[in-house]
Ligand binder design. Sequence first.
Ligand SMILES: [Fe+2]
Length: 454
Amino acid sequence: MANPFTLGIASGEPLPDGVMLWTRLAVDPLNTDPKRPGGMAPRAVEVSWQLAEDERFTRVVRQGAIQALPVWAHSVHVRVTGLRPGTDYFYRFRTGGGQSAVGRTRTADDPVSSRPVRFAVASCQRYEHGFYTAYRHLADERPDVVFHVGDYIYESRQAATVVRPLGPLPGETSRLHEYRQRYARYKTDPDLQAAHAAAPWVTTWDDHEVLDNYRGKGDGSAAFLRRRGAAYQAFYENHPIRVRPDDGNLQMYRRRTYGTVADFMVLDVRQHRNRVTMLGAAQEQWLVSRLVTSPVRWRVLVQPLFFARRVVPEDGGELRLDSWDGHPQQRARILAVRAPGLVVFSGDVHNAWAGELKADFLDPASATVGVEFVGSSISSRPPPTDGPGVLARNPHLKFFDDRRGYLSCTASAEELRVAFRAVGFVHKAGAPVQTVAEFVTEGSGLTSENTSSK
Ligand SMILES: [Fe+2]
């Protein structure tokens, strides 16, 4: 068999005593035969795996074998348990004559630990728009955990000003084999593979993993539900997540806790949404009750969409309803909890922003009840945005930058520190990275350090 590890390896969903390990076999990643995703023959393949305390695998602590099945596009999801908290581990896979690269992963901190947590936040990586150089730099930082807040793939195909062609793929994905091919295309990228091999990931989705701007059950048609089910299955097959799709649904909202320092509440703003709710009743109840009872220093919402109110002058006073401005009552109920140490991380808009969350966004003198950091995009092109104009109209927003990049963060018992990391270009490889702004908060309001926005 030719090299089956063309899509790389990954780990994710860290707990204090375990992680998930992932790979998906594909000898021919862009193969367009619906019956042979990744060019794999339709039969089971045994894959063995090892997890060790050291990079040279002299101290292997867990190992096993698992069947990669055609029904799951030859993906494997290994649930490793019984590990030590807050500890680095290394893993690799083997099948036939092939051996994967070595990945580094890390368990979450012990529940009583007050050790600082180092994490990164990324989103929006349209393949045609550019190189994933930002991921190369993110990988070099080897954070404890990476959060991805959506638009991991794009279902559509960009025709104009393409930096990197998708290759022999359909114009728009709607069937299972098309979503599988799309993930395979994205996952062949070496910088993305490096970022997965550097740290465990926790990923949520936005709309483009299925269809632009969809909500919930879409138009309710059988065709849409089939399409959504196919997209959710392909999402599972291509991420190291703990749960399988079930009858066309996939449980996405969850929390990942790091000691007494941070509770990361990962939200699903698509699957349960309709005209009157962003999260659905069950998810809102779960979130609010956790915000009330969480004993940690930082209560962190990890989710795709711009959370603070944002009036964009050129929209003529209309709010953008695909964001949280479309669900202001639900946002108000979340903020009304007055959760201490509330932080929101977002993506979606392809520009970087930072701001304060207000008890009343229409009253700049009202209490600051949290902070928000909106990461830029890894590669997706930003819309033309009058950043200074938006900042002037929304005094609770403090920072704008229009370069591609990601967030590099440290949460400790004392403070939360967020660096906006940016690359100057993505139309070719090799851009250096720089910190264009750094913010520090102790829980109420933002202090900026070393900021050079543009
Ligand atoms: Fe996006």
